[in-house]
Ligand binder design. Structure first.
Ligand code: PHE
Ligand code: ZN
Length: 881
């Protein structure tokens, strides 16, 4: 484990290296404890660089066996080697030479899962961001593009399959039952995209013909026997390949495209050129083991990694500060793909819910950073919701500003201008300036400035003059190391909605530029006056969530109710209802703290029933509308002095009120939604299941609720329904005989399916209340649990810390103590996973004083531990700062 050196990397310090590595040839002789890696690097000194400039290569925990230049071993005085650095000091007369390096690795003992490691006896690699330096010394930075040839040698019986990037370029037998394969990737790539897989795996094979008629062989490799479970992923892959051709004109460029599923993986998946490596959770699925949410995630992540082939691989990042150049853009592309494959409105609502749940708290807490950060201590900690999700929103805003057609022209120019290069955010913005003729300099602050902007908006209508006036004020709150903010360019989509639900016409406007239903806010204050507005409209704001901002709007409840029923923009219609629910929950929270019983307006609970039964709306949309704002959402809106128990109580009360007010209607609808057709994972079927399952959640709060949920559990014919019922039983009827039996039945049935057991851990870690911390502690001893497997750790510990408000934030601090202990335990093996877990306490300052003090103690107990990894120290120190 690399301990912290305290080194800070700064964007302004970027400069190209003195050397390039145009060609890289690697030979792996695989063995669990002693793998030999021979790297032959063609090194070139850049023009104008002095021959005395030392060549300094990155390493991380390496054992060097040999170093030679142009066939001759170097004398000890000619180089300086530590596990983390190799410096060639001997002046190099030639400007181009061959450097040979031999290193020895122990993949079986690599529990950090970076570099070359073993997962269930399969050799695999993970190199982003800085894992390649755990394989050999290298200029391990994304602006060093190299053409790779890779030879892999292994015993044939242990590793019949030998894969790397690019196209196959030979294979054959060796002595003593060994064999080899050679792979050549003609596209120059940075080291973080290197990959190797070797082992015994099953294959699902298919093929794809590209738009120009080239045949591509597709393979998805999984644990032998699980090939059938890769069918949905394969289908998603082919749809992704077609979509990128149609939506962006991007064609695949190698003869083969391979995906490998492994069961130990730090993240979701990795876009290695021609050889994507996936967390098996995002490949394996059938109706018996995967939920509709799993299917949707698989589709999105398969697409995401595939789309990286152009946005990330063909055009990569100059340095890691530019991470959003590939990630934000690729998330935007996968969002568009899913929107086209499913329901655009439903997809957009789900995206915004995710953004608010993950990115907003990050942006509003101690870990806030710009979409393009300016400094980092540990790059692994910048694979964040800000870089990914807010990064995607920024790309979406560019499209909103320049228009869809010009956006596509800009993307075409981006591919044309930067193909084969390592680019920057400035390069990206420039193509849109060039194709649109617009000045995007103020807009580019979205990349450079952290924090969620707020818009305060009020409106007045004068029937006498027919004038409708909007007063808009923007502010960006201070964030760590950025106390003073500049004014942003915020594209705010809006609608003026008349009593019939139709748009209200206006004659003219002044006070801001307004184009295609979007107000361009650029100043601190705008008074936008619309003339010729006869009737007072309801104001629909931030339609489609055109900008990732918060709104403070003085709006009458009547208007919100009206918009919740009539807004023609589906997102804003959902938003209006969600705002009403949030307001009611915040009022309930205050009532509970004041010792009162919370009460809810009949027109609110009635509207819930109306939306549930509105057959003109898609079931998936109705299900999303009925999902109450989460406890964490309410906490975020409250902002400070959070008492999670009072939030929970208020939310329960509202759920009961909605269930009570609509019992007959919900029950009838629930019965009508029974699915008798054969299972299909398509969006429409999933939407019906989602609606039925949320109705179950409400109905379970009424008398005989536990029995209903138990029946739902037993009669379920797919995992979506089964897991939904188990969640209702465990969370709403914790400790009941029905819950105990269902949990035991589930465990017995799926004990040997690790991915399904993750759901079982997850559900139990979510049970609200003070007793869950003990239950989770006990579950860490369950035979299916392992501290070494990231999926298990995330399901049990991650869920408890990030998704269980009352359990984790137990008033006596026991949840925090357990958490601190566990984070340190995980860190010993896997610093990256531990650091991510540790972000669960990022909003500790918004808690009420008692919990705040206990959370701080837990954070300090981590900070004071000895030999902390760079990953964990960085998170904990920033969180405490
Ligand atoms: N680049 C991967 C993706 O977003 C994520 C990842 C980062 C995976 C770092 C592994 C390590 O597609
Ligand atoms: Zn990505």
């Amino acid at each position: 484990m690399r301990t912290d050196t305290g080194q800070v990397f700064r964007l302004e310090d970027y400069r190209p290296n003195d050397y390039l590595i145009p060609q890289t040839s690697l030979t792996f002789r695989l063995s669990p404890e002693a793998t030999r890696v021979t790297a032959v690097l063609t090194i070139e000194r850049r023009d104008g660089v002095a021959a005395s400039a030392p060549l300094v290569l990155d390493g991380d925990g390496l054992t060097l066996l040999r170093v030679a230049i142009d066939g001759r071993d170097l004398a000890p005085a000619d180089f300086l080697a530590t596990p983390d650095l190799l410096t060639i000091v001997k002046p190099l007369a030639a400007s181009r030479f061959q450097l040979v390096l031999e290193t020895e690795l122990a993949p079986a003992r690599n529990e950090a899962l970076m570099g070359l490691y073993r997962s269930s006896n399969v050799y695999c690699t993970q190199c982003e961001a800085e894992g390649f330096r755990r394989i050999t010394y290298f200029l391990d930075r994304p602006d060093i593009l190299s053409v790779y040839t890779v030879r892999i040698e292994a015993p044939r019986h242990e590793a019949p399959l030998l894969l790397s990037n690019g196209n196959p370029a030979g294979s054959g037998d060796l002595d003593e039952g060994w064999h080899y394969a050679v792979w050549h990737d003609p596209f120059p790539k940075p080291s973080y995209l290197f990959a190797l897989v070797a082992g015994a795996l099953g294959k699902l094979a298919d093929s794809f013909t590209t738009m120009s008629g080239r045949e591509v062989e597709l393979g998805i490799y999984v644990e032998p026997g699980k090939e059938k479970l890769a069918g949905y992923a394969m289908d998603a892959l082919k749809r992704s390949m077609r979509w990128d051709e149609e939506a962006f004109g991007r064609e695949y460029d190698l003869d083969v495209f391979n995906i490998v599923a492994v069961s130990d993986f730090n993240m979701g998946a990795m876009e290695n050129k021609g050889l994507n490596i996936f967390n098996d959770k995002y490949v394996l699925a059938d109706e018996e083991t995967a939920t509709d949410a799993d299917f949707a995630n698989i589709e999105a992540i398969i697409a995401h990694e595939y789309f990286h082939n152009w946005t990330g691989n063909r055009i990569t990042c100059r340095d890691w500060f530019q991470l959003c150049l590939k990630e934000g853009l690729t998330v935007f592309r996968d969002h568009e793909f899913s929107a086209d494959q499913r329901s655009r409105a439903v997809k957009r609502i789900a995206e915004v819910r995710t953004l608010r749940a993950h990115q907003f708290p990050e942006d509003q807490g101690p870990l806030a950073h710009p979409v393009r950060p300016r400094r980092y201590r540990e790059i692994n900690n910048f694979y964040t919701a800000t870089v990914y999700e807010k990064g995607s929103e920024v790309v979406r805003m560019i499209r909103t500003i320049v228009g869809a057609e010009t956006f596509r022209a800009g993307m075409d120019l981006y591919f044309e201008r930067h193909d084969g290069h390592a680019a920057t955010i400035e390069d990206f913005i420039k193509v849109f300036e060039d194709v649109s003729g617009r000045d995007l300099s103020q807009f580019s602050l979205w990349y450079h400035q952290a924090g969620t902007p707020n818009l305060t908006i009020s409106s007045t209508h004068s029937p006498a003059s027919g004038e409708f006036t909007l007063e808009i004020e923007q502010s960006v709150p201070p964030t760590p190391s950025e106390s003073r903010k500049r004014l942003m360019h915020i594209p705010l989509a809006f609608g003026l909605v008349g009593v019939d639900g139709k748009p209200v016409a206006y004659r003219g406007f002044e006070g801001a530029s307004v184009e295609n239903g979007v107000i361009h806010i650029r100043k601190r204050r705008h008074m936008v006056r619309f003339s010729g507005v006869a009737e007072r409209p309801s104001l629909s704001l931030n339609r489609g969530f055109s900008a990732p901002v918060t709104l403070s709007v003085e709006q009458k409840a009547d208007d919100q109710f009206f918009l919740a029923g009539h807004d023609s923009d589906a997102f804003s219609r959902w938003q209006a209802f969600n705002t009403l629910l949030t307001d009611a929950l915040i009022a309930a929270f205050r009532q509970i703290l004041g010792g009162e019983q919370p009460g809810f307006a009949a027109r609110l609970t009635g509207l819930a029933g109306k939306i549930a039964g509105d057959e003109t709306l898609e079931p998936a949309y109705r299900a999303l509308a009925l999902a109450l704002p989460g406890e964490a959402d309410i906490a975020r809106d409250l902002g400070k002095n959070i008492d999670p128990d009072a939030i929970f109580e208020g939310r329960e009360a509202l759920a009961r009120a909605i269930a009570g007010a609509n019992r007959e209607m919900f029950s009838e609808l629930y019965d009508r939604l029974v699915d008798t057709d054969a299972f299909s994972p398509d969006a429409a079927s999933a939407g019906r299941r989602a609606l039925r399952n949320i109705l179950l959640d409400y109905l379970s709060l009424l008398p005989k609720g536990a029995a209903l949920a138990a029946w739902h559990f037993q009669s379920a014919t797919n995992m979506t329904d089964r897991a939904a019922a188990l969640t209702v039983l465990a969370l709403r009827h914790s400790g009941s005989p029905e819950a105990v039996k269902a949990l035991a039945d589930f465990e017995a049935k799926y004990a040997r399916d690790a991915l399904v057991m993750d759901k079982w851990f997850q559900i139990q870690a979510s049970v609200p209340g003070p007793r869950t911390v003990e239950a989770v502690r006990v579950l860490t001893g369950h035979p299916a649990f392992s501290m070494a497997n990231p999926n298990r750790v995330r399901s049990l510990i991650g869920t408890f810390a990030s998704a269980n408000q009352t359990g984790f934030h137990r008033a006596d601090g026991e949840g925090y103590r357990f958490f601190a202990e566990t984070v340190l335990q995980v860190e010993k093996r896997n610093p990256q996973v531990a650091a991510r877990l540790a972000t669960a306490l990022r909003s500790w300052r918004s808690l009420e004083p008692g919990r705040q003090a206990k959370a701080r103690e837990a954070l300090l107990s981590i900070a004071n531990a000895e030999n902390l990894s760079a990953d964990l120290r960085d998170i904990v120190e920033r969180t405490l700062a």
